[in-house]
Write a protein that binds this ligand. Structure first.
Ligand SMILES: O=C(CO)[C@H](O)[C@H](O)COP(=O)(O)O
Ligand SMILES: [Fe+2]
Length: 223
């Protein structure tokens, strides 16, 4: 398989008042990406951060900022996030039924990598047109919890979606998000996920570097 592991600590579990030092800490511990959860209080019942925070953080780090947009109108965020220095822009398929082609085009024009996320209740077939389009998304994020909050329990039933996607698209980046940690990573890695978001299991660990390395080893071993 041509895909490489990307371990992405979710900054949702960090100390927001010290975001830059938390970001440096995670990169020094071996993280590949920093996962930034952008929530609008409408698509999900929680409000987190937006372009101003991404812009502030970008001044302190060159790290890949993997932005996960849990918002009702993702198109409204593309230009501001692109200018703020976001690296990846992953929108939800549930929020882009009518405009995903325009979204992908605009995300790429802003120099960001487009991805599409699917909620637990959404069937995997819904992302096929976006992956098979002439101008495709470059990552699929399979939610393994209901979006909105960190610290929830991993939903193993979602691994069937990952298995189907990996079989269909051998070189696609497939990300899993929600409840990933030492006790759940093997299920995700063996199903074919290569981009691993982990918030509470990394930030809550006495030795976050060990957890990051364990997550990476599991993905490498499964390939
Ligand atoms: O998108 C998210 C929530 O909607 C977060 O990225 C996710 O929940 C990470 O946190 P944890 O690893 O603690 O589950
Ligand atoms: Fe997320």
């Amino acid at each position: 398989m041509a895909v490489t592991p990307k371990i992405a600590p979710s900054m949702l579990s960090s100390d927001f008042a010290n975001l830059a030092s938390e970001a440096h800490r995670m990169i020094n511990y071996g993280a590949d990406w920093l996962h930034m959860d952008i929530m609008d209080g409408h698509f999900v019942p929680n409000l987190t951060m937006g372009a101003p925070i991404i812009e502030s953080l970008r001044k302190h780090t060159k790290a890949y900022l993997d932005c996960h947009l849990m918002v009702t109108n993702p198109l409204d965020y593309v230009e501001s996030l692109g200018k703020a220095g976001a690296s990846g822009f992953t929108f939800h398929v549930e929020a882009s039924k009518d405009n995903w082609k325009e979204l992908i085009q605009n995300i790429k024009s802003q120099g960001m990598k487009p991805g599409v996320a699917i909620n637990p209740g959404t069937s995997v077939e819904e992302v096929y047109p976006l992956v098979e389009s002439e101008n495709p998304v470059e990552m699929v994020l399979v939610m393994t919890v209901e979006p909105g909050f960190g610290g929830q329990k991993f939903m193993p039933d979602m691994m069937e979606k990952v298995r189907i996607l990996r079989k269909k698209y051998p070189s696609l980046d497939i990300e899993v998000d929600g409840g990933l940690g030492p006790s759940t990573i093997d299920a995700a890695a063996s199903a074919g996920a290569n981009c691993i978001v982990a918030g509470s299991s990394v930030f809550g660990a006495p030795e976050p570097a060990q957890v990051i390395s364990l997550l990476r080893n599991s993905v490498e071993k499964a390939q």
